[in-house]
Design a protein around this ligand. Structure first.
Ligand SMILES: CCCCC/C=C\C/C=C\CC/C=C/CC(=O)SCCNC(=O)CCNC(=O)[C@H](O)C(C)(C)COP(=O)(O)OP(=O)(O)OC[C@H]1O[C@@H](n2cnc3c(N)ncnc32)[C@H](O)[C@@H]1OP(=O)(O)O
Length: 248
């Protein structure tokens, strides 16, 4: 039926390393250019984890040129996903913090597994960093200004039930039904003529995408100088240590 399933596989936690981001973008571009493909189901092959988000090791202890290169690729993936002409449905089968949530938010429909261990949200503030304006714009578009304002400041990671209530996801289903539900949602969306759906999607998303497109270079500079600050590097160091200590 012209549907591809993209399974994220970058063990152990599907963090979006530079290599992973690049491969993701290339795969998406290939699918976009394949006229037989009308929809993509985005999911994960890592048990219990959709994606741990951006790779912290790409943003810690590197040089400014690396940060700039990394951020350019993060922007590129986001623009491709957010403005895709294809129908994107995410089957969120695990934890989905920060950049993981970003991937899901780019989709047209989000189905999440009903497992309270899995959380989703833009938790950047918990790391001592700030969600960039285009992450924020997409959050506002999805859950509204008030909810986004609160969730961004608190760095809220929502359980599936909370995520459904606030609108971060569209549907929560038993874990063993995530993929079948994503497929049935896709079937419904495929019934809509592509041209009208695509024009409508473009109308809804263009202003948000253009907001980044018109200031991509400045956004790269902002990221690079922000992430290079000693205080921010210290926060990331502490966060990475906390992740290590969690293991005991
Ligand atoms: C006003 C001026 C503003 C200017 C602003 C300009 C720009 C904005 C600036 C910055 C924005 C940058 C945006 C970042 C978005 C992000 O995505 S940041 C990443 C956020 N991700 C997280 O917080 C997730 C952290 N991870 C977890 O919570 C857990 O690992 C997990 C995903 C829930 C899985 O838990 P589990 O118990 O299964 O595994 P472990 O915790 O034991 O992890 C295994 C292994 O993996 C390492 N790891 C985990 N997450 C990441 C990651 N995101 N990147 C890299 N590595 C990760 C973890 O450290 C373990 O490693 P090991 O000890 O070496 O085995």
């Amino acid at each position: 039926m012209g549907v591809a399933v993209m399974k994220l596989r970058n063990p152990p936690v599907n963090s979006l390393s530079l290599e992973c981001l690049t491969e993701f973008t290339i795969s998406l571009e290939k699918l976009e250019n394949d006229k037989s493909i009308r929809g993509v189901i985005l999911t994960s092959e890592c048990p219990g984890i959709f994606s741990a988000g951006l790779d912290l090791l790409e943003m810690y202890g590197r040089n400014p040129a690396h940060y700039a290169e990394y951020w350019k690729n993060v922007q590129e993936l986001w623009l491709r996903l957010y403005t895709s002409n294809m129908i994107l449905v995410s089957a969120i089968n695990g934890a989905s913090p920060a950049g993981g949530c970003l991937l899901a938010l780019c989709c047209d429909y989000r189905v999440m597994a009903d497992n309270p261990k899995y959380t989703i949200g833009l938790n950047e503030s918990l790391l001592g960093i700030v969600a960039p304006f285009w992450f924020k714009d997409m959050y506002v578009n999805t859950i509204g200004h008030r909810e986004a304002e609160r969730a961004l400041q608190l760095g809220t990671l929502f359980s599936p039930a909370e995520a459904l209530k606030v609108g971060v996801v569209d549907e929560v289903v038993p874990e063993d039904q995530v993929h079948s539900k994503a497929r049935s949602v896709m079937t419904k969306w495929l019934a809509i003529p592509d041209h009208s759906r695509q024009l409508t999607k473009n109308m809804m998303r263009k202003a948000t995408a253009d907001n980044l497109i018109k200031q991509r270079e400045a956004d790269i500079q902002n990221f690079t100088s922000f992430i290079s600050k000693d205080s921010i590097q210290k926060s990331l160091h502490m966060y990475l240590e906390k992740l290590k200590q969690k293991k005991g």
